[in-house]
Write a protein of this length. Structure first.
Length: 418
């Protein structure tokens, strides 16, 4: 299953949330009653200058420009459809045109209104796959599980919608309801959920008491603009009371690239964090700044929904021998996107680079292999989800991390203290 996540790593200093939106590149932004094809040329130029594949998927990119600009369009919507069609020639589902509604949605801080469902698109089947649910939301209260397939929203099939439109339809005014049909194997189930304000908390932390000493447990759910500060506070709160840490990245699909780098820097005293490679092959490395907040033993929990910025963090900690990874193979997503604003309040998301692990490994579609593999059966996964048991005695991956941190034989291996 090849999944394109709805949240992608993005670069840009002015990015306040998951995506960055630059100012329109065209001076022709005045409203007009006539159909304008300027946005087509804007999209073409941005791809021409920055798309990661300089061969443009084997397309004659100059000829593509002439083809689309020479067409006649009856409406602005037809122009938008043409822009998406043109980008589709690149064979990259993450590089896409954003109409005014879609562009508006991705600029809204995700603390908004919805049901807490996280979705992605299977690149091979175009099915909308559920990859998780946010804690303390209506979707979290159901028995919906990762890898379930979303079939319909309010009776309309989602096949061919794409994740941006699906997310748009899942949102709505507080108190309104949305009806979903979800498939697991051959069984279909319908859910009617009420939209509520969704406050996304990027970091949760607590102490786990064990006979060998307290363990600091930190669950990082997203790499947003507040995550670095929240992670710093969590480490400071736990440092004097704990003998080691568990950092839970399971289900974390990524977010801001720079935030992933910043959080790695909180744990690493030295070493390479990540390398970025653009279309020309130029490599830019990010190094730890020798300002780690702790040197105590660390175990990182990962799974198949640990993606993008989460994988940057996990790989940096693993390859610098700072942490032991426990869980299952990560997703394998190393593409970096830039989102730009265009004429008419539209936008475009373009894949502009990729990242490599400190050792230079390309994890795209392969993921990161944990040091200790602990599989969860479907029954265990469902029980943990239903009972909100992540990070408890019912969670085998969490229990393995506790064992690694507290057993005498392993503590000597982990010991990193001065």
């Amino acid at each position: 299953m090849a999944i394109a996540f709805s949240t992608a790593i993005v670069i840009g200093a002015n990015a306040p949330a998951i995506y960055t939106a630059a100012q329109p590149t065209s001076a022709n932004t005045a409203e007009s009653s006539t159909v304008s094809t300027a946005v087509l040329d804007e999209v073409w130029q941005l791809v021409d200058r920055s798309y990661i594949d300089p061969a443009f998927n084997g397309q004659d990119w100059d000829a593509v420009r002439q083809d689309y600009l020479n067409r006649t369009y009856a409406s602005q919507e037809e122009v938008y459809d043409a822009a998406q069609e043109m980008l589709g020639l690149l064979g990259d589902s993450l590089t896409r045109f954003l109409d005014p509604q879609e562009f508006s949605n991705i600029q809204v801080e995700p603390d908004s209104v919805g049901i807490g469902l996280l979705v992605a698109e299977d690149e091979e089947t175009q099915e909308i796959v559920i990859v998780g649910t946010l804690e303390d939301t209506p979707a979290f209260e159901t028995d919906i599980l990762p890898e379930d397939i979303l079939l319909t929203i309010d009776g309309e099939t989602v096949q061919g919608m794409g994740t941006t439109e699906v997310v748009t339809r899942l949102r709505g005014p507080v108190g309104t309801s949305v009806t979903l049909t979800v498939q697991r194997e051959q069984n279909e189930q319908t859910y009617t959920l009420t939209r509520v304000p969704v406050e996304l908390v990027s970091v949760r932390h607590r102490l786990e008491e064990t006979p060998a000493g307290n363990i600091g447990y930190i669950r990082l759910t997203r790499f947003d603009a507040r995550a670095t500060e929240n992670m710093q506070q969590a480490i400071q709160d736990l440092e004097q009371q704990s003998i080691g840490y568990i950092l839970d990245l399971r289900g974390n699909m990524g977010g801001l690239l720079q935030v992933g780098i910043n959080i790695a820097d909180l744990w690493l005293q030295e070493g390479t964090i990540v390398s970025l490679v653009d279309r020309t092959g130029v490599v830019e490395q990010s190094q730890a700044s020798q300002t780690a907040l702790t040197t105590k033993p660390l175990v990182v929990l990962v799974d198949g929904a640990t993606a993008s910025a989460s994988e940057i963090l996990a790989a940096a900690l693993q390859e610098n021998q700072r942490a032991t990874l426990v869980g299952t193979q990560t997703y394998g997503s190393n593409l970096i996107q830039s989102v730009r604003g265009l004429e008419g309040d539209t936008g475009v998301a373009i894949t502009v680079a990729k990242w490599l692990t400190p050792s230079g490994a390309d994890v795209n579609q392969s993921g990161i292999t944990p040091d200790v593999t602990v599989e969860l059966t479907p029954e265990q996964n469902e029980t943990i989800r239903r009972d909100r048991a992540f990070g408890t005695t019912a969670d085998p991956q969490y229990q393995q991390a506790i064992q690694l941190l507290t057993s005498s034989s392993n503590r000597s291996h982990f010991e990193l203290e001065d």
